[in-house]
Design a protein around this ligand. Sequence first.
Ligand code: SF4
Length: 204
Amino acid sequence: MTEPKMPESPFDQVAGDLISIAVQLGAAGAAVIAVDRIVIEDRLASLCREPQCENFGLSASCPPHVPGPARFRQWMKASKGAVFFKIEVPSDSLFSDDRREIMGLLHDIAAQIEQHAIEQGHVNSKAFAGGSCKMIFCREQPNCAVLANGKCRNPAIARPSMSGFGVNVGKLIEACGWGNGDLQNGGAGKHGSFAALYGLILIG
Ligand code: SF4
């Protein structure tokens, strides 16, 4: 006799779509993660301040302008699950003129997954990427528009960095079985001649 199937939760119903969307947009891998697999460490967030990242304080998406690990833990408690994804690029490209475009793609995928989750009724979903949106999207601008007047120039694409919230990216990589490679500051991992960059979306 076959076991009766448990009805899918609203999160389960949307999770498969979110993975497909991530891959369609260019992710090399994407996985659904239980919220309790996300490890938040205050000491990781404090690395933005000491030793100070060159982007510290430049945008509303980085410390000290983000609410940090304590708030992230609250968001986790209110979330039904999470999607973690990676993009893979030639390592050399991160040190080339292509870097901004690559980082922009990372933010774009994260933001689009968040938007799809919101459209499916998970209205408190939140996306996180890596790197400074000031350096990626507003490099030629004198300031972050949010800090200057409260309105982001790139609200559809720019997302905060996981670093400022103390997300242990290495633990997420392990949880996905992707291998840790040589994880570096900012969530980029080297895998031979390729580097991986990561994004996370809390589905709330
Ligand atoms: S205005 Fe520019 S620097 Fe400020 S949050 Fe938006 S994208 Fe980032």
